[in-house]
Design a protein around this ligand. Sequence first.
Ligand code: MEV
Length: 325
Amino acid sequence: MLNKTIASAPGKLMLFGEHAVIYGYPCIVTAVNQRIYVSVNKIKEKKIIISAPQLNTQEYQKDLSKIGKGDIPKEVKFIEIGLKNYRNKYSLPTGINIVTKSDFSSKFGFGSSSAVTVALIKALSTLFENKLSKKELFSICYKTVLDIQKAGSGFDIAAAIWGGTIYFISGGKVIKPLRIGEMPLVVGYTKVKADTSTLVRKVGDLYRENKKEISIIFSLIGDIVLKAKVKLISQDWKGLGKLMDINQGLLESLGVGSIELSKLIYAARSLGAYGAKLSGAGGGDCMITFTPNTKFGSIKKEITKKGGVALDVKTHAEGVKIEKA
Ligand code: MEV
């Protein structure tokens, strides 16, 4: 019988297709080599104890009978609602002590909430020797994200579970791993935290007011994703750069660009990147660029000069895994 398990799950970067993915179009996402670790152990008391030191949370406690009820601080929301959903679907036979540790800051927009949810459910199901398939894991984690955020395609959950680089359709209707080599990718963080729910709502309002026009934009983004999928497999970085620029133009027309993102995007383009775009909800967080290897150093420097932070990120990271059982 196990008493303690630790699971880890990777963060993600959206490569192509954000926002349109919510409306049924595909996207392409890669898992990154920055992980979140969740350790769970059984305790005698009938309660949960959550510590997330990097979020300044020490020993937040709740009785098992009250999980998911009352006020839940945002720092522990995904864990508590994840526990509730796990208990409702399976069972939580004992109290649990949970500790999280992260390789990355939750501010980058690398999907820390999804990664923590996936690592938690994987660790719990292993602790209670309840073998879940990837699809079952996806379903409970996606429900948790929807319970909290109300909207979302689940692409970040899929990246945390499957890892690698995947072609994805909302709700996990299609999750197709793509076999591609390391990408010549540079990531620039704007130092501005984006609020995904607000941006998704903003695009939703724009869509309702301009259904015909915005539908065309979503559909064009969908076409770009299909082209990008082929070009990623053939490693046509130049062609992919052009697609990034077009995708960025379409995202701008959805109103999710920002001055900080544009500064970094133009910095990369002006120094010879193949192309650049925002990654994720927009409004801040990160931009990504495919660039010739010889330009890596100068583009990173320019990103810093323009007020951003150049992040070293490796793509196609391994999906959720058990670190200790
Ligand atoms: C946010 O990182 C990407 C969006 O497409 C939301 C989602 O797919 O859940 C804007």
